[in-house]
Design a protein around this ligand. Structure first.
Ligand code: ADP
Ligand code: MG
Length: 217
């Protein structure tokens, strides 16, 4: 089950700043949830705690029935789409997408099958052999999403800074995120300070202010 449950989640940074206050939320399997609120309200902190990039001060995070708090990020069955894509320029598209699977010691033929399926899904089959430095921004965006889904995550976490600032690329990314949610049946958590984007994309919208959830629609 790819449901996500947050129970009384708090984050206090070492300097004493309370970034997330008592956040509790239930996200159902297959939902596309957007987190919206002004810059600095704690959206990224919540996402990073779910992803395991940030320690939890107190509270609990569950994926299905399992408590994630003490599970290493790479074992959480979550994928994260990172800022600036974090692709390796000196590797080709195939190698970039295969990295996560190689880290998990997947057999070659499994990697190959998954890669080819994902490449078709994102229409990047014909650039698999190209170096990252030789492909377009649109292609890089799709490679980054492809790399996230080949690990067959139960949940995909996308922070707004993943998205490219250009409008057409942003639109394309939003379409791809919807397809990932609907066709691959992956639960998606998407953070944005753009109200229209939050409302249009999310099947559930979580509004935040000053580290707290103010409303869930
Ligand atoms: P958002 O993603 O909604 O813009 P963040 O989750 O990035 O907000 O940050 C929430 C608050 O926590 C902000 O006020 C930010 O300045 C603060 N913050 C983030 N990281 C740290 C840190 N390492 N130490 C202290 N405060 C931090
Ligand atoms: Mg942020």
């Amino acid at each position: 089950m790819a449901s996500v449950t947050l129970k009384n989640l708090n984050k206090i940074y070492p300097n004493g700043f309370v970034s997330v206050k008592d956040v509790s939320l239930s996200i159902g399997d297959g939902e596309l949830v957007t987190f919206h609120g002004p810059s600095g309200c704690g959206k990224s902190t919540v996402l990073r705690m779910i992803g395991g990039l940030e320690d939890i001060t107190s509270g609990e995070i569950y994926l299905g029935d399992s408590l994630l708090n003490d599970i290493l990020p790479r074992d959480r069955k979550l994928a994260m789409a990172f800022q600036n894509y974090r692709l390796y320029g000196y590797l080709n598209v195939y190698e970039n997408m295969a990295l996560g699977l190689r880290l998990r010691n997947m057999p070659r033929n499994v990697i190959d099958t998954r890669l080819k399926t994902a490449a078709e899904f994102f229409k990047i089959t014909d650039i698999l052999e190209k170096k990252i430095s030789a492909i377009s921004e649109s292609e890089k965006q799709r490679v980054a999403l492809g790399r996230a889904v080949v690990c067959h995550p139960k949940v995909l976490l996308v922070d707004e800074d993943f998205a490219h600032s250009s409008e057409p690329l942003r639109e394309e990314m939003l379409m791809d995120i919807k397809r990932i949610n609907r066709e691959l049946k992956i639960t998606v958590l998407y953070v944005t300070n753009n109200y229209d984007e939050a409302i249009t994309l999310g099947t559930k919208v979580v509004f935040m202010k000053d580290g707290e959830i103010t409303e869930v629609k």
